[in-house]
Design a protein around this ligand. Structure first.
Ligand SMILES: Cc1cc2nc3c(=O)[nH]c(=O)nc-3n(C[C@H](O)[C@H](O)[C@H](O)COP(=O)(O)O)c2cc1C
Length: 128
């Protein structure tokens, strides 16, 4: 049996396991924009290797790589639409929302990538 709902980190995962007696947990919204949260919870609860949490240029590379993969897999027209929610989650999780509107409405991938680099390389300035 698997428990889920409002599990966002190791503390809430532990609580859900203790309260439900379930065999495991699933995480939905808590992993949006921070997919490494799953490996972090597994590390804290079971001792699997801790994830490297990407920041700055590494985070920009991860998000841009995901964006390019979505466009490649779905084609540009559908990929642009599907990518919007993922980019919004990444920006929200990083607290870098100043460029969110331009990024989510942009239909020129090269320009969106430039904006993503700006947003994640300088999140504090972009959010200021
Ligand atoms: C973006 C998104 C897509 C989801 N898609 C499905 C789905 O296709 N089928 C389903 O049974 N639940 C779906 N869910 C519900 C989740 O499986 C989960 O039950 C719910 O989000 C509560 O868990 P959470 O608090 O960890 O997000 C989805 C949730 C989200 C946020």
């Amino acid at each position: 049996m698997i428990a889920n709902g409002d599990i966002t980190d190791s503390a809430t995962a532990r609580t859900a396991l203790a309260q439900s007696g379930a065999d495991g947990v699933m995480v939905g919204r808590g992993a949006q924009g921070r997919p490494w949260a799953l490996a972090q919870i597994a590390h804290d609860l079971t001792g699997t290797p801790a994830p490297v949490v990407p920041e700055g240029a590494a985070l920009a590379d991860l998000v841009i790589g995901h964006y390019e993969a979505l466009l490649s897999f779905y084609g540009t027209e559908l990929g642009l639409k599907i990518a919007r929610k993922h980019l919004g989650w990444y920006l929200e999780a990083a607290g870098a929302e100043t460029l969110r509107h331009a990024i989510q409405t942009g239909d020129d991938p090269a320009q969106v990538i430039r904006l993503l680099q700006e947003a994640f390389l300088e999140p504090a300035e972009a959010a200021a």
